[in-house]
Each structure stands twice: as structure tokens, then as C-alpha cells.
Design a protein around this ligand. Structure first.
Ligand SMILES: [Zn+2]
Length: 117
């Protein structure tokens, strides 16, 4: 796999910044959804309470994913600053621009990713 050019690094830096902003916004917006469900029987029926609890579980799961991705994005940005961005953390090979363009926060090259699944 080819090393990244300066131009490609610039582009991926922008992508990471956008992704970081998007994740922070998502985490902010989903905060309300994970507040404890109001179990007041007067206010909501049994069915909608179950719905509310399910929604809350889903919101928690997606927040968990967002937080994990946020951490990966921050690691990638740090690596970028240190000139170590774009290398597989498992085998050390260059990950490749096409793959990073789709998943700029990925720490693994395609073969290591495939092997880990
Ligand atoms: Zn690898």
C-alpha cells in the first residue's frame, strides 16, 4: 500500500475534524434520551413506557458506539500531529487512502480488520 501524500493527509485531517464535530454533536443530542424514564403511570401507559425504555436502551448503545468512535478519532488526530497517522496498529503497514477516506478513524489495515472479524 502506498504512503499517504501531504494532500491526502490534509484531506483526512479535515475529515477527522468533521467527524469529531459530528460525534460531539450526536453525543450532546442523545444526552436527553438517556435520562431516566419517567415511570409515572398517570402520565404514560404501559406500552409507551416499554417503548420509552427500549428507546433509552438504543440511545445508550449508540452513545456507547459514538464514544468509542470519538476516542478513535482523537487517537487518529494525535497520530496525525505526530506524523504517525495511517499505519495499521497491528502490522504497521500503511492503511491506504481509499480505506481511510471511508473510515478515517480506523486503526487497522484491511487484512488485519478482516482477520479480527
Ligand atoms: Zn494490518
Amino acid at each position: 500500500m502506498d504512503e499517504l501524500t501531504e494532500l491526502q493527509l490534509e484531506e483526512l485531517r479535515d475529515d477527522l475534524h468533521l467527524l469529531l464535530g459530528k460525534l460531539k454533536q450526536q453525543l450532546q443530542e442523545s444526552l436527553d434520551l438517556t435520562q431516566p424514564v419517567d415511570l409515572d403511570q398517570q402520565a404514560v401507559g404501559r406500552v409507551s413506557r416499554v417503548d420509552a425504555i427500549q428507546q433509552q436502551e438504543m440511545a445508550k448503545a449508540s452513545r456507547q458506539q459514538d464514544r468509542q468512535q470519538l476516542a478513535r478519532v482523537q487517537l487518529a488526530m494525535k497520530a496525525l500531529e505526530q506524523g504517525e497517522f495511517g499505519y495499521c496498529e497491528n502490522c504497521g503497514e500503511s492503511i491506504g487512502f481509499a480505506r481511510l477516506k471511508v473510515r478515517p478513524d480506523t486503526p487497522l489495515c484491511i487484512s488485519c480488520q478482516t482477520a479480527s472479524e
